[in-house]
Design a protein around this ligand. Sequence first.
Ligand code: ZN
Length: 169
Amino acid sequence: MSTPEETAELAIQQLLRDRPDLAEVVKAAVDVRRHAYAPYSGFLVGAALRTKSGRIFTGVNVENASFPVTICAERSALVAAVTQGEREFDEVAVVTDAAEPAAPCGLCRQMLAEFGVDLWVTVIGRQGPAYRVRLSELLPHAFTPGAFEPRPAPLTLTELGDPDHGHKA
Ligand SMILES: [Zn+2]
């Protein structure tokens, strides 16, 4: 019997044999996972986000004693990339040690969708890669920047029914 780690390693090797173009981004997610700060859940997550120009930015989940303050690995990676001026991405790899690969949470799907729902998402659990899907499949009918276009002119105070309008001395 092989250990879960060995099983995952074999599955990752299989994935990369089939898709050598994913080697760098997957390896980055696997490697960075050891830096995850998850003292409360023990659920260590590594993410690597690849730009269309080929740069890779990594992130881990960072938990907090005030639980809602916690940030996920995917958003950590995204913030790191945008901070460096990157806004166009083609691939994100997410690695956990869950028995079933853990897809990005709703918050992360939404935040990633801001920069394009065509993003490929490779999700890897300890049983190996289970799937690689477009973000648009994880978050159909996404609320994106396009929702604001065309942007109407702001309402005037009159249109808003300002009670003081026209009644000032
Ligand atoms: Zn998340």
